[in-house]
Design a protein around this ligand. Structure first.
Ligand SMILES: NC(=O)c1ccc[n+]([C@@H]2O[C@H](COP(=O)([O-])OP(=O)(O)OC[C@H]3O[C@@H](n4cnc5c(N)ncnc54)[C@H](O)[C@@H]3O)[C@@H](O)[C@H]2O)c1
Ligand SMILES: [Zn+2]
Length: 340
């Protein structure tokens, strides 16, 4: 089967034939991937933002949809033919070891879930069954973008009706944070981005105010939320000075939530943390996939939530490097890879 491989940090992925192991181990599931999303986290992985990558060469991708083709011993959560979402946050079921693939005669590493391939061996607890009539092209968004964004609002920030929410970075995750903030009646919901197109999209997803990043941004925001700052400030950029600005603009009793992964240290005045101010890094919105994905599907069915217009581009697996280039340019919403 074909897969996209990260062989060297900060370089293009290699799309090539890969050999699957002959047998599935306890708790492993073979999934035929239909669609995969590309998250900002894969850009970080390619760039080794968290430090030297000791797993090279390896597979990647952490939000996808597909159909179960084969199950290993012990697996009871899914059966052959089920439609599934592949997600990186663990849910119920067995935590199986990552599969060992072969590429050009060498060992090829993977995590417990990877999605940039025609087939993938996934740990049972990284799968959630979805109804067969649910759109498989939109389902990858349940693997990361949606549960992270909705979880940031619901689980990490626990936003209350009428609280002010400020979001830096209106990309795949930021757009959905805006959508979730609107659903819990936050107000105002302010989005800041370097790209006007993103802000225009954000307005359709719930932003009450949109601001281009630049000079006087702090003053402009305080003019909207008042001098004490915003109740909840969320960073999805991972850029140190943006994180510092988000922290500074947070009310003394408010919360700063970090979603973007920084590659450098940040500098903050920590005294307010001794009182009521909270600074928290999000881990996938602390999402519980088994509980939350069915709720989102229900909301979509009842037209209370929408995934429409979140996906702006679709590529084939062979074109994945062009897709990554487009994501880096900032000129896309979520990009989907369609497997053949
Ligand atoms: N903590 C977690 O569990 C978790 C989960 C998912 C994603 N992430 C991280 O979140 C980040 C965002 O992911 P994404 O998929 O939304 O990426 P994305 O590329 O779609 O979005 C990033 C957005 O930030 C904007 N931006 C860039 N520089 C900016 C600046 N100086 N000021 C304001 N906006 C700026 C870009 O224009 C873009 O719209 C990534 O770092 C990713 O690794 C973390
Ligand atoms: Zn992600």
């Amino acid at each position: 089967m074909k897969a996209a491989i990260l062989n060297k940090t900060r370089s293009d992925l290699i799309v090539d034939e890969v050999t699957l192991p002959k047998e599935l181990l306890f708790g492993q599931v073979l999934v035929k991937i239909k669609y995969s999303g590309i998250c900002g986290s894969q850009i970080n992985e390619i760039d080794a933002a968290k430090g030297v990558d000791k797993y090279l060469p390896h597979l990647l991708g952490h939000e996808g949809s597909g159909i179960v083709e084969k199950i290993g011993s012990g697996v009871s959560k899914v059966k052959i033919g089920d439609h599934v979402v592949l997600h990186w946050r663990p849910g119920s079921g067995i935590e199986a070891p990552p599969a060992k693939y072969l590429w050009r005669g060498r060992k090829l590493n993977s995590g417990r879930v990877t999605t940039f391939s025609e087939k993938s061996i996934v740990s049972e607890n990284r799968l959630t069954v979805i109804p067969k009539n649910f759109n498989l092209r939109e389902a990858p968004l349940f693997g990361c973008a949606i549960p992270t964004a909705f979880g940031v609002i619901n689980n990490d920030a626990k936003v209350k009706i009428g609280q002010s929410v400020l979001i830096f970075g209106i990309g795949g995750v930021g757009l959905n944070i805006a959508q979730a903030a609107k659903m819990v009646s936050a107000n105002p919901i302010i989005g800041v981005d370097v790209n006007k197109k993103k802000l225009n999209m954000g307005k359709k997803f719930g932003l009450t105010h949109d601001l281009l990043s630049g000079k006087n941004i702090k003053k402009k925001i305080l003019n909207i939320v008042g001098f004490s700052g915003a109740d909840v400030c969320i960073d999805t950029t991972g850029i140190p000075n943006v994180i510092e600005t988000a922290y500074d603009l947070t009310h003394k009793d408010g919360k700063t939530i970090l979603v973007g992964v920084p590659s450098k240290k940040i500098k903050i005045y920590s005294l307010p943390l001794h009182f009521k101010k909270i600074l928290k890094g999000s881990h996938g919105g602390s999402a519980v996939p088994d509980l939350e994905i069915p709720r989102y599907i229900n909301l979509i069915k009842r037209k209370k939530m929408s995934l429409k217009n979140l996906i702006t581009h679709q590529f084939k697996l062979d074109q994945i490097n062009s897709a990554i280039k487009l994501l880096r340019s900032g000129n896309s919403g979520r990009i989907i890879i369609k497997m053949s």
